[in-house]
Design a protein around this ligand. Structure first.
Ligand SMILES: *[C@@H]1O[C@H](CO)[C@@H](O)[C@H](O)[C@H]1NC(C)=O
Length: 148
C-alpha cells in the first residue's frame, strides 16, 4: 500500500511540470536568462513580482471572471493580451505562445514573454502586484544572500 502510494506520487511528480522556486534559485535563474537590468528593471524587482504574483510557483493560475481571462505562471501572465489558452474572448497572444508553456518548471518561455510585456510602453507597471508591493519599496531583501 505504501509502495503504491509512493509510486503514485512519483508518477504525479513526473507528469506535473511545475515547480516552486526558492528565492535565490529564482534570482540566479533570472540572472542567467538576462533579466538583471533588462529595460532598466532590477533582478530584485523581478523576484518581487514573482513572489507576490505566484509565490514563486510556476504552476499558479488565476481566473479573472471580469474579462474571462486567466493569469499563468510565475509572473501571472495574462491570456487576454500575452498568451493563447484558446478560450479567452478577444485574445491577442502578443507573446505568440501557448499559456500552458508558461507553467513549466523551466521558466525560459515565461521569461521571454515577461520581456515582451515590459517592451510595451506601460513597462513594469503592467503588474499590479509590482505597483502594490514593490514600487518605492526597499527590495534588497529579495536578492539578499543570493550572490547575484
Ligand atoms: C529550458 O528550455 C530552454 C528552451 O526551451 C532550453 O534551451 C534549456 O536548455 C532548458 N533548460 C533546462 C535546464 O532544461
Amino acid at each position: 500500500m505504501k509502495g503504491l502510494l509512493l509510486l503514485g506520487l512519483l508518477l504525479l511528480s513526473a507528469t506535473v511540470q511545475g515547480k516552486i522556486y526558492g528565492r535565490c534559485e529564482l534570482a540566479r535563474t533570472l540572472k542567467e536568462l538576462g533579466m538583471d537590468g533588462y529595460r532598466g528593471i532590477s533582478l530584485a524587482d523581478w523576484v518581487c513580482i514573482a513572489k507576490w504574483e505566484s509565490g514563486y510557483n510556476t504552476e499558479a493560475t488565476n481566473y479573472n471572471p471580469g474579462d474571462k481571462s486567466t493569469d499563468y505562471g510565475i509572473f501571472q501572465i495574462n491570456s487576454r493580451y500575452w498568451c493563447n489558452n484558446g478560450e479567452t474572448p478577444g485574445a491577442v497572444d502578443a507573446c505568440d505562445i501557448s499559456c500552458s508553456a508558461l507553467l513549466q518548471s523551466n521558466i525560459t518561455d515565461a521569461v521571454k514573454c515577461a520581456k515582451r510585456v515590459v517592451r510595451d510602453p506601460q513597462g513594469i507597471r503592467a503588474w499590479v502586484a509590482w505597483r502594490t508591493h514593490c514600487e518605492n519599496h526597499d527590495l534588497s531583501e529579495y536578492v539578499e544572500g543570493c550572490g547575484v
